[in-house]
Design a binder for this molecule. Structure first.
Ligand code: AVJ
Length: 313
């Protein structure tokens, strides 16, 4: 078994300075990458099991049913790189079909990543597994020295790219292009535009798991930044904005209130929101334009029940 883990600690300072800057801004916002503390990772897995949230299930079915086709289109590879790999469960299908020599997984939640990647290394004895605990949105370039030479495929499933507004998505995909190299490839999954009522339901599940996921951010700030948010005085508020083509997720203040965070005080007016996430939805051609602006050329695409996977070279 070959497994190495390298931690690029997300400085506690980062959380602090990003949150303080986000709360001082107008409108208030916090980057969605901070959802994923331990409880947040567990709640996200629970979201994927909700009947209204088909995204993960549909992608898994698409990947499983089209795997031979996808593997043939991807061609021979030396290394698969997965940013935001989390539980490392999605990449197994690709490993089975493509048999790369190396796997490099990256995630902001370093401890759960290390555990999952080690289990993976045990299950695939011939595979060289490198796990990098890092905020790849900030530190992606630091992964370059850890990559073996040869042909690389960046795997970015789950519509994670939807968290970024188009300009920012183009910038991230441009950095992926540089990391993958001129003969590199990109296999990316994203949620398609569909009936807004279905989208609305997916982010407002009846069991309240998405609400718990959103509100958990406040618990995290209370614990890690000594904040005094009262989650009962905020409401999970998510809706589809068809003009912008995105789900917007907010925490809406149910009262006029003042909150203290890392020793600073912030006022919330009644009805004011703290924006926590965008989840962009695309048409296939819209997405290939964004990827094209980042230097990626569409090689192949697959679609199933409102979800798409595209392969770029
Ligand atoms: C993991 C970013 C793809 O945007 O749908 C799920 C996160 N947020 N429910 C998404 C999420 C609310 C998810 N992504």
């Amino acid at each position: 078994m070959s497994f190495t883990f390298q931690d690029f600690p997300v400085a506690a300072d980062d959380l602090r300075s990003d949150v303080l800057a986000g709360l001082a801004a107008c409108p208030k916002s916090i980057p969605p990458k901070y959802f994923y503390d331990e409880a947040g990772c567990r709640l996200f897995e629970a979201i994927c099991a909700q009947p209204e949230y088909a995204l993960c299930r549909t992608e898994r079915m698409l990947m499983a049913s089209r795997l031979p086709d996808i593997a043939a289109a991807a061609g021979p590879l030396d290394c698969i790189i997965e940013p935001g790999a989390g539980e490392c469960s999605k990449v197994r299908l690709l490993l089975d079909a493509l048999h790369p020599a190396h796997l490099v997984v990256l995630d902001i939640a370093g401890a759960p990543l290390a555990a999952a990647a080690q289990a993976l290394a045990q299950a695939y004895p011939g595979l060289v597994v490198t796990a990098l605990g890092m905020d790849f949105i900030r530190d992606l370039e630091a992964a370059a020295p850890c990559l073996p030479p040869g042909r690389r495929l960046i795997y970015y499933p789950g519509s994670s790219i939807g968290n970024f507004p188009p300009d920012t998505a183009t910038a991230l995909l441009t950095r992926f292009r540089r990391l993958a190299g001129a003969d590199g490839r990109l296999l990316i999954g994203f949620d398609l535009k569909k009936d807004p009522l279905l989208l609305h339901a997916a982010y407002n599940d009846a069991a309240g798991i998405t609400a718990a996921f959103n509100l958990n951010l406040l618990e995290r700030l209370n614990r890690e930044l000594g904040a005094d948010f009262d989650p009962a005085r905020f409401r999970h508020y998510a809706f589809y904005n068809p003009v912008a083509g995105r789900i917007e997720m907010h925490l809406l203040s149910l009262a006029a209130q003042t909150v203290s965070v890392a020793g600073q005080r912030f006022h919330f007016a009644l009805g004011e929101t703290l924006h926590t996430e965008y989840s962009y939805k695309f048409r296939r051609d819209e997405f290939s334009t964004i990827a094209g602006n980042a230097g990626w050329e569409l090689a192949n695409e697959w679609e199933q029940q409102g979800f798409a996977v595209q392969l770029y070279g």
